[in-house]
Design a binder for this molecule. Structure first.
Ligand code: ATP
Ligand code: MG
Length: 263
């Protein structure tokens, strides 16, 4: 981390258009503000339905905000009018579902963004191959998504985003819906990958343990209408042994604090 702000969200609010027969729809996000430093792994924890996916969709320009401002690398984003999903490939998004293309092989899925961007050269392929090795996917290049386990698909979706190297990556509960052991392995993979390049990451989860074990800092979100209700710097030294979160120095106290904040 060099102290430069990568992303700043100021007073963000969101409500969806009212449904038929409704005059007003509820606020999902309300006056939500935070910032992320360059190279920081920021985690956000909030209950189901808090608006976490909605928040990431807005940052990634997949959805529009109702109010507020987002400044990305010093420039204020256009939040009204036409959206620019992924902000011209500057914002990577590992979505809650892996969204692999079922008719493409693993390697075709992972290299797809590079191909679309016209950047699939020898150097990019070498980088992809390195990433595949790091997460133990080497040898499975020709598998189709339906031939892969849930954990393999999650790893594929993770490196598909890392492969095209966006300066910031949003991750939406990327390790949900896998068993506990696979989840621990994925978390280890993520920290290993993050260590290679110290990318700026915003990692959203409803799992308090995961948020503390992975992050440099954790933000606690309220129930919808969501805003940031607490912020904690995580001073647990790195490298962290993720096999047993609870044994990490300072983990248990912070877990208890966040658990109470979420009540
Ligand atoms: N397109 C939409 N139209 C109307 N309401 C929506 C839409 N998308 C999300 N919502 C509502 O916004 C609220 C927040 O949803 P969101 O998916 O952002 O929550 P979340 O925090 O990601 O939950 P989870 O942890 O279960 O993934 C929910 O009440 C949901 O019904
Ligand atoms: Mg969600």
């Amino acid at each position: 981390m060099n102290g430069t702000t990568a992303l700043e969200v100021r007073g963000l609010s969101k409500r969806f258009a009212p449904r038929k027969g409704q005059t007003e729809s509820p606020w999902i996000l309300s006056d939500l503000s935070f910032s992320v430093a360059d190279g920081e792994l920021l985690t956000m924890v909030g209950p189901s339905g808090a608006g976490k996916t909605t928040l990431l969709n807005i940052i990634c320009q997949v959805d529009a905000a109702s109010g507020g401002e987002i400044v990305f690398r010093g420039e204020t984003m256009q939040l009204g009018g036409a959206l620019n999903p992924g902000l011209s490939c500057h914002i990577g998004y590992v979505t809650q579902d892996d969204n692999l293309l079922p008719w493409r092989t693993l390697i075709e899925n992972v290299t797809f963004p590079l191909k679309v961007q016209g950047r699939l050269d020898a150097a990019a392929l070498a980088h992809v191959s390195e990433l595949m090795k790091t997460v133990n996917l080497a040898g499975f290049e020709r598998y189709y998504p339906h031939e892969m386990s849930g954990g393999m698909r999650k790893r594929a979706s993770l490196i598909r985003t890392l492969a095209y190297d966006p300066p910031i990556i949003l991750m939406d509960e990327p390790f949900g819906a896998v068993d506990a052991q696979t989840r621990t392995q994925l978390q280890k993979d993520l920290l290993r990958l993050w260590n290679l390049g110290r990318k700026t990451i915003v990692f959203v989860t409803h799992d308090i343990g995961e948020a503390i074990a992975l992050g440099d800092r954790v933000l606690v979100l309220s129930r919808s209408p969501s805003r940031v209700i607490a912020e904690h710097r995580i001073s647990i030294p790195r490298p962290r042994d993720l096999s047993n979160f609870y044994a990490l120095e300072g983990f248990a106290d912070l877990y208890e604090t966040v658990r109470k904040e979420l009540l």
